[in-house]
Ligand binder design. Structure first.
Ligand code: AMP
Length: 408
């Protein structure tokens, strides 16, 4: 688990601000759900057989009540809220969320036990156009953040075409058990699709030759996949079809996608999503198609950092330096006036030597410094020092707001 210190927080604020702007442009509205839910929600909504629920979830007893868990992801809680409040009666819903998620994973770069996701869900539309729109929106978000990520796209079929494929896949994997790692072997029965996702090098030759669901899609799934690709082409979004990209749960159907970045090393996925037409029903709601994605904020921060993008931190426009007691009183008064006018300013409440106050102004990365003392108070005039060029220009104290209000 990490602290995000003030020096890094600007980056987080930037991604959240841009995400909110982009989501609003596409008609998504924010939902806030609790970080703690019933264990049973995730057992049903994520799947008891998944690593996330089985091994990684923080579960606890709440004094004899039902077992609770810290949420490991955002979709289950979002869909629970949708069902609990009967939101289907209001037609198609486009929602987004952001917040901390918890998984007891082995921590490493890009993998933490408390991490943060920004995610979106569309509930109530099965049409491929919404898949394309959502994927294009994530692409748009990355572009606006100045991040280049590769979009990988696949179809994981549906209950009509997947079972026959899974039988063949299991038979193939079983025939090559001895060339697959321990994790793969464990997953063959439990979750064979996830085996395809294995990144262990010695497994790769077997996995490369494995039967591909993409070659076995039923006609409606093929049609859906073709329409998603056509939609992305029409929107000018580039993608790579990756037949081994999976979402490992039964209720995921058809579209699966992921955005990856070279800047990340082993944990290269920045965002992942897919269609989950069975989930609302599993969680007690009416049959409702859905599609969503989640983006990892820690990973996005790492990518932005690797690209050398400076976080945009708001700097004080002016730092008020006081030369004596009269100056300190004036500084307090002028600071209030500037702030009321919406001009960011700061001062050193400890006073002290001019040099140390200037040092503080530099640390705060102020654009200007203004020294105030008895003389300045008496004359109503002071010198505004540009902290970059060191140039000084005279200003009237009463004209400060007007003069600094124009500062970009
Ligand atoms: P998932 O919910 O597993 O599909 O993950 C969606 C995104 O969340 C991933 O692409 C990552 O960017 C991020 N993510 C998942 N697990 C972690 C973790 N343990 N630490 C940091 N980011 C994570």
């Amino acid at each position: 688990m990490n602290d995000i210190l003030p020096g890094q927080v600007a980056r987080w604020q930037e991604m959240e601000r841009v995400a909110r702007e982009v989501f609003a442009l596409y008609g998504y509205r924010e939902v806030r759900t609790p970080a703690v839910e019933h264990y049973a929600l995730f057992a049903r909504g994520v799947g008891e057989m998944t690593d996330i629920v089985n091994k990684e979830m923080y579960v606890f007893e709440d004094k004899g009540e039902e077992k609770l868990a810290l949420r490991p992801e955002g979709t289950a809680g979002t869909v629970r809220a949708y069902v609990e409040h009967g939101c289907h009666v209001e037609g198609l819903q486009k929602w987004y969320y952001l917040g901390p998620m918890f998984r007891r994973e082995r921590p490493q770069k890009g993998r933490y036990r408390q991490f943060h996701q920004i995610g979106c869900e569309v509930l109530g539309a099965a049409q491929p156009a919404i898949d394309a729109e959502q994927i294009a929106m994530v692409d748009d978000l990355f572009a606006r953040l100045g991040v280049r990520a590769t979009l990988k796209l696949n179809s994981v079929g549906d209950p009509a075409c997947r079972p026959a494929y899974l039988r063949d896949l299991k038979a193939y994997l079983n025939a090559h058990r001895d060339r697959l790692c321990g994790d793969c072997n464990e997953r063959i029965e439990r979750n064979p699709l996830r085996v395809l996702d294995c990144k262990v090098e010695p497994c790769q030759p077997v996995l490369r030759e494995a039967p591909r669901l993409l070659d076995r899609l039923c006609a409606p799934c093929q049609e859906h996949f073709d329409a998603v690709k056509a939609g992305l082409d029409a929107l000018g979004v580039a993608y790579v079809v990756d037949p081994r990209l999976v979402r490992g749960l039964d209720y995921y159907v058809r579209t699966a996608y992921e955005f990856t970045s070279d800047a990340l090393g082993a944990q290269s996925a920045v965002a992942g999503g897919g269609r989950y037409d069975g989930l609302v029903e599993i969680l007690g709601g009416p049959a409702t198609p859905g599609i969503g994605f989640a983006l990892g904020q820690e990973r996005l921060a790492l990518v932005m950092e690797a690209l050398g993008r400076e976080p945009l931190e708001r700097r004080p426009v002016v730092f008020l330096v006081s030369a004596d007691e009269a100056g300190a009183r004036e500084a307090l008064k002028r600071a209030a006036e500037l702030r009321k006018a919406g001009i960011a300013c700061d001062l050193d409440p400890r006073g002290g030597k001019l040099k140390s106050q200037f040092k503080q102004a530099e640390r705060a990365r102020a654009r200007y410094a203004l020294v105030l003392g008895g003389d300045e108070v008496a004359s109503g005039k002071a010198k505004l020092k540009d902290m970059d060029t060191r140039e000084e220009t005279p200003v009237e104290l009463d004209g400060l707001v007007g003069r600094l209000g124009r500062t970009p």
